[in-house]
Design a protein around this ligand. Structure first.
Ligand SMILES: Cc1cc2nc3c(=O)[nH]c(=O)nc-3n(C[C@H](O)[C@H](O)[C@H](O)COP(=O)(O)O)c2cc1C
Length: 218
């Protein structure tokens, strides 16, 4: 094992509290946005956001992810067409009554115009295994956990940059690997439109669980 020294930035307890309050306040303003503006976002911003997600921890440091950033209009149109095909089938038979009822307060349906309008689409792929130079499969570990954490960091970075996103799961998502010509060891995990919100956008009036509801201290 090769080691290097770790630089720990020491902060006082007072500053620690201030920082955690400020960060909570900033993050509590994050909302999933479903109506986007077509205002362009510079590629450099998207690159930094993806690099931030790439700082995520991962099982055995396998970094089992690929982030595909799509700006090309023709490709976004193809993604929208395929996603809406799948979503139409989901909303008309594949989803249970219970699921459809749970979605009512959120107001979603099979139409996904934001897939063409948002400046960027980031499609996240997970890699259950890698393929080394000799063509041999190399196992990855805790792939869902690792990629889930990385996407959490991606969403945080998007919000922190002053942009908005939606965690989108057109289901099934196999068409994304086909359209983006991904290798056979990559599986689509999530699809995030990224950009600016549409003017005067509204969001569902949802309540978040309180600290007491989501935590137990021992
Ligand atoms: C794994 C996951 C999948 C989701 N899939 C969709 C989706 O396909 N379409 C959609 O409109 N919202 C989707 N959402 C967004 C949720 O509806 C949203 O996060 C939730 O209603 C809370 O709202 P907020 O993000 O504004 O706090 C998904 C969220 C998660 C975490």
């Amino acid at each position: 094992m090769n080691t290097i020294s770790y630089h720990h930035e020491s902060v006082s307890e007072h500053e620690m509290l201030e920082r955690s309050v400020a960060f909570y306040q900033q993050m509590s303003k994050r909302r999933s946005i479903r109506a986007f503006s077509d205002r362009p976002v510079p590629r450099e911003v998207i690159e930094k956001i993806i690099e931030t997600a790439g700082t995520s921890p991962s099982g055995a440091h396998k970094q089992p992810w690929t982030f595909c950033a799509v700006q090309e209009p023709a490709l976004k149109t193809q993604i929208r067409i395929k996603a809406e095909e799948e979503e139409y089938k989901s909303y008309h038979g594949r989803m249970s009554e219970e699921w459809l009822n749970d979605l009512k307060p959120i107001g979603t349906d099979w139409k996904k115009p934001f897939l063409e309008i948002a400046s960027w689409l980031i499609v996240i792929f997970k890699k259950p295994y890698d393929i080394d130079n000799s063509g041999t499969k190399q196992q990855n570990y805790y792939v869902n956990e690792s990629v889930g954490i990385a996407v959490g960091m991606l969403i945080t970075a998007i919000h922190q940059a002053g942009l908005v996103t939606l965690t989108h799961t057109p289901s099934p998502m196999n068409f994304l690997a086909e359209l983006l010509k991904r290798p056979e060891n990559e599986r689509a995990f999530l699809l995030l439109p990224v950009g600016y919100p549409a003017d005067q956008v509204e969001v569902p009036d949802l309540k978040r669980k309180t600290l007491e509801e989501i935590s137990k201290f021992y």
